[in-house]
Structures are given as structure tokens and as C-alpha cells.
Design a protein around this ligand. Structure first.
Ligand SMILES: NC(=O)c1ccc[n+]([C@@H]2O[C@H](COP(=O)([O-])OP(=O)(O)OC[C@H]3O[C@@H](n4cnc5c(N)ncnc54)[C@H](O)[C@@H]3O)[C@@H](O)[C@H]2O)c1
Length: 332
């Protein structure tokens, strides 16, 4: 039995982390921490089961591990503090605001010999976990092109609003939401080259972004993300003999098109709803603590996704800003 606390009692804690932890017999949720004490008191009272609200410093001896669901800017300092208290850590994505912060976190966990896992929870969706096997099973041949897109007007109601505050984050939609897709692409396909990046930022945070790159074996990839426009939420993998697609939020469903015929499938095994995917993430974290192994998404993996995004932002800084903003309402 692992005793846990959640640090950061915002939107994602209320919607997913609390229901997830409260539904798992292998975890005891002991405490909630937030620097807005009224908020942690409120959520603790709502959760019941003698869960307490307390400051971070009070967690020593009280818990074995923490789930850190604050905004990313505070995490490098917090992870150092928590690792020094001897606690294992599952950190929400994006791991930190930059690669240097990610490295500090990895070093803090390594020197304290604690597990550091990063919450790229889409990796626990069965269709994503089994993608390489599905591509082989359906005999699509060599992959030649991958396309991914996702977009709709931004509506996530975070408590702090940090995702649109320039002094809190290094970027907009790519950093905040696109990092999930970046992580999956790197996980499946390896290290990209020939990267191009464009976005619509005029000195502020981007709302639209596009990456093109080459993955090993001449695999061309395009990725488009928006928080102002409606775009299809879909991944498509084009092979020499057909293509395989699934929706960004698909848990098990996917479709295969060969010879102009599309057939829908469900992949085997694994969890079948969103909550059970989050529970699987937590089980992986617990198992990595108990069996002293790396979690599925280690700190190094979190850093890798952050490094690609940092590389993209460096490209944008080299580009001159346009003299005037695009016309409002025009699709980017
Ligand atoms: N995996 C997903 O699908 C997913 C979805 C949404 C959010 N997230 C991630 O979860 C994290 C939190 O997002 P959110 O939307 O819940 O944010 P939020 O603004 O709603 O909540 C953040 C909470 O952290 C608290 N906080 C800030 N600094 C703190 C500190 N130093 N100590 C203690 N508490 C502190 C705030 O008071 C707030 O209650 C982000 O990293 C975000 O990217 C992940």
C-alpha cells in the first residue's frame, strides 16, 4: 500500500487525479496540498475519508509519494524539495518550463534515489501502446507519412489561468497541449531531423503551430495544432500498402484503409475507459517504486519532449516578426 499526497488542487486534480486515486485500492490518498489553503481544505472535505489538507513541509513521514499537479514553472524547485524529503514523484506534463528545469528535476530524483515519472498519460491508452504491433499486424508496409492534427477554441478552465500568462509559461498551445502528441510521436518513431516550425505568435504565446520533420527511414511527419480553429483530432499513419488512423482521444478504436476500403477495429486488452487509463498510469508509477525500475515515462522522456519544443521555439525566435497581425477571424 502506497501512501500519497497530491500537490496542486486545480482543475485536473478535481476532474481526474482525485477520482483516480480514490478508486484505487492499492493507494491511500492521505493529504492534499495547495498554496491556496482554502482550496485544499475544500477539496479534502469533498473527498472525505479523513484526507487532510496541509502544507508541503508536513508531508515528511506522512506519505511515500506525491503527485505534482501544479503549473510547470514551480516544479524544478518543488521536485528538489520533495526528493530531499525522500518522496517519489509523479509530475504532470509539461515537466518544466525548459530543458534546464527538466535536468534539475532528473538530477534531484537521481541523487535522492527516488522515482520521477511524468504524466504523459496518453501513453497508457491501449491504441497508442499497441500501435507498433497494429502497424505490423495490418501489413501496411513501410511507413512513408504520418499526419497528426488537433484543434478547437480553448476552453480548459484552469484555476490559475497560467496557460495564457506570458510570465508563467514559455509558449502557448504547443507547450501546453501539443506536448502530449510530441511525446507520443517521439516514443513511436524515434529522433526527428529536418525540423521546420511555424506559429502565429507575434511576440506572445502561440495559438496555432505547425511542425514538419523527418523520422528515421524517410518517414515524413506533419503536425498541426490550434487553440482557436477547429481541426480534426486524428493521427494517420500512411504505409506503402494502406493507412491506419485513430482519433486523438481514442482508447481502443482505430481504422485501417487498404484498397480504398476502410474497416473499423478495436485493439485487444487493456483498459476500456479514460479513468482506467489514468489508473494504469498510477499502477505503472507504483510498480516502478516497488520494483525499483524506471516508469514508462521517465524524467528523461519528459525532457526529450520538452527539448523538441524548445528547439521549435528557438527557430521562431530567429524569424523576424511580421509588421502587423493577421486579420482577426481568418483561419491561420
Ligand atoms: N494530462 C492531462 O491531460 C492534463 C490535463 C489538464 C492539465 N494537466 C496538467 O496539470 C497541471 C495543472 O493543470 P490545471 O489545469 O489543474 O491547473 P490549475 O491552474 O487549475 O491548478 C493548479 C493548482 O496548483 C496550485 N499551485 C500553484 N503553485 C503551487 C505551489 N507552489 N504549491 C502548491 N500549489 C500550487 C494552484 O493554487 C492551483 O490550485 C499542469 O501541468 C497541466 O499541464 C494535464
Amino acid at each position: 500500500m502506497i501512501r500519497m499526497a497530491i500537490i496542486g488542487c486545480g482543475a485536473i486534480t478535481e476532474q481526474m487525479h482525485l477520482p483516480c486515486l480514490l478508486s484505487m485500492p492499492e493507494v491511500t490518498l492521505v493529504a492534499l496540498v495547495d498554496h491556496d489553503r482554502q482550496r485544499s481544505d475544500e477539496l479534502a472535505a469533498k473527498a472525505g475519508r479523513s484526507i487532510i489538507a496541509c502544507p508541503l513541509e508536513a508531508l515528511s513521514g506522512l506519505v511515500d509519494a506525491v503527485l505534482i499537479a501544479t503549473p510547470p514553472d514551480v516544479r524544478p524547485h518543488m521536485v528538489r524539495q520533495v526528493a530531499d524529503m525522500g518522496l517519489h514523484m509523479l509530475c504532470e506534463k509539461p515537466m518544466a518550463n525548459d530543458v534546464a528545469g527538466c535536468r534539475d528535476m532528473i538530477e534531484a530524483a537521481r541523487s535522492a534515489r527516488r522515482v520521477l515519472a511524468i504524466g504523459h498519460m496518453f501513453r497508457f491508452y491501449p491504441v497508442r501502446r499497441t500501435l507498433p504491433a497494429l502497424l505490423v499486424k495490418h501489413e501496411l508496409g513501410r511507413l512513408v507519412r504520418v499526419e497528426a492534427s488537433e484543434g478547437k477554441p480553448y476552453a480548459w478552465r484552469s484555476r490559475t489561468g497560467y496557460t495564457v500568462l506570458r510570465d508563467k509559461v514559455p509558449g502557448g498551445v504547443l507547450f501546453n497541449a501539443g506536448i502530449h502528441t510530441v511525446d507520443s510521436l517521439l516514443w513511436w518513431l524515434g529522433t526527428p531531423s529536418n525540423i521546420t516550425y511555424v506559429d502565429d505568435a507575434l511576440g506572445g504565446l502561440e495559438s496555432n503551430a505547425r511542425i514538419t520533420c523527418m523520422f528515421p527511414n524517410d518517414l515524413h511527419c506533419t503536425y498541426r495544432i490550434s487553440r482557436t480553429c477547429h481541426l480534426p483530432y486524428v493521427f494517420t499513419f500512411h504505409g506503402e500498402a494502406g493507412s491506419l488512423s485513430f482519433a486523438t482521444n481514442s482508447i481502443a478504436a482505430y481504422s485501417v484503409t487498404t484498397n480504398a476500403r476502410t474497416t473499423r477495429y478495436e485493439c485487444d486488452g487493456g483498459p476500456k475507459n479514460e479513468l482506467s487509463c489514468w489508473q494504469d498510469q498510477m499502477r505503472d508509477f507504483i510498480d516502478s517504486i516497488q520494483n525499483r525500475r524506471d516508469p514508462l515515462v521517465s524524467g528523461e522522456e519528459g525532457e526529450r519532449a520538452m527539448a523538441l519544443i524548445e528547439q521549435c521555439y528557438a527557430m521562431k525566435r530567429q524569424r523576424p516578426l511580421p509588421a502587423r497581425a493577421p486579420l482577426p477571424g481568418v483561419m491561420w
